[in-house]
Write a protein that binds this ligand. Structure first.
Ligand SMILES: *[C@@H]1O[C@H](CO)[C@@H](O)[C@H](O)[C@H]1NC(C)=O
Length: 336
């Protein structure tokens, strides 16, 4: 009996993926998410928080203009520097929005704190302006650059060390306190709308890369944590949130997603759920390289100029924000 042995020679190109190249962007979403995930799990220890002063010396424009899943070379994450990363999917319910809003199976989600927390005092009253959670979401699309969003409770956080204590919104209230005001002032070098992030890009392509002829996107998104994930935490500090996130298995429903149609009609409609499709892990790549582009709300206003009077503009001097109208939900007790 003759045994034939085939030697398979694999020439492994160890070149790091270039997450901004045309060659990368043109691939299928599954291929792109696999490349990102390979980098995410290569080193599951966290980076360190940088000195808060670093932000002052960097230009903010790249966070708006850089089209990539990777930070521009030589750039550091000055806020939200340390966090955990997971793969996830958006399971849509019947709704009138397009693109992402009709379902997405290739999402990257990152959980982070805006700044380094001080855990010296475990009492929940010490969490405010200290433990400031936020999430970032990346929607991978076949052949197209990803769409990205950020959502927070508000930049000062809440009186709780529970990461999931409150809903996350992609519109945030006016920041208080010197340090975060400096961040907003700095960010306003790139856009003068700092509290709102755009959703238009999420509506323009289905996940398989088909352009949508009449894109439709909501004014605002709200991520409401499911009780089972919220209950993993207590409002007093017990353990770093990244350790608790590790206990959440793949396939867990994390958030109910609600859409607000317009600022004149702010009642929230449930449009689907976010469910994890991997574990939630700390990641050196997540902390130092993974990039979530800020989508400028100005592009949303081009489609919906009637939203403009409700938009807060950030000013470097004087009254920090100015908007002409307050949003309303006349039937809030019925719908949410
Ligand atoms: C993993 O990341 C840490 C920084 O968080 C670094 O100190 C360590 O050298 C990295 N390990 C490898 C194998 O790259």
């Amino acid at each position: 009996m003759i045994k034939k042995i085939f030697f398979l020679c694999l020439i492994t190109l160890t070149l790091a993926s270039d997450f901004s190249s045309q060659q990368y962007q043109s691939q299928k979403r599954t291929s792109k998410i696999n490349q990102i995930w390979n980098e995410v799990v290569k080193n599951t220890s966290s980076s360190k928080f940088p000195s808060p002063l670093g932000l002052l010396v960097e230009s903010m424009n790249p966070t708006l203009e850089h089209v990539s899943d990777q930070l521009p070379e030589g750039r550091k994450k000055q806020v939200h520097s340390v966090g955990s990363v997971a793969k996830a999917e958006f399971i849509a319910e019947k709704n009138l929005y397009t693109g992402f809003f009709q379902g997405a199976d290739s999402l990257i989600i990152r959980f982070s704190l805006a700044k380094e927390p001080d855990y010296t005092h475990p009492g929940s009253q010490y969490a405010h302006d200290n433990f400031v959670p936020g999430i970032a979401l990346k929607y991978l699309i076949d052949g197209q650059p990803s769409a990205n969003l950020f959502a927070m409770h508000g930049v000062n956080g809440v009186y709780s060390y529970n990461f999931f204590d409150l809903d996350f919104n992609n519109h945030i209230p006016q920041p208080e306190g010197f340090q975060l005001t400096v961040v907003a002032d700095k960010f306003s070098q790139g856009t003068n709308i700092v509290q709102f992030l755009g959703l238009r890009k999420f509506s323009e392509h289905t996940q398989d890369g088909k352009p949508v002829s009449n894109p439709n996107f909501p004014y605002m998104l709200t991520f409401k944590p499911y009780k089972q994930v919220k209950d993993l935490f207590t409002s007093d500090y017990t353990q770093d949130y990244k350790e608790i996130l590790k206990k959440i298995p793949s396939g867990t429903l994390l958030f109910e997603v609600f859409a607000t149609l317009s600022p004149a009609q702010t009642c929230k409609q449930k449009i689907g759920d976010i469910r994890t499709t991997s574990e939630i892990t700390p990641s050196y790549f997540g902390d130092t390289e993974l990039f979530f582009q800020h989508q400028d709300f100005t592009h949303d206003l081009e489609v919906h100029p009637e939203w403009e009077p409700y938009t807060p503009y950030w000013k470097l001097i004087g009254d920090k924000t100015a908007k002409k109208k307050e949003a309303k939900c006349p039937f809030s007790n019925l719908f949410f």
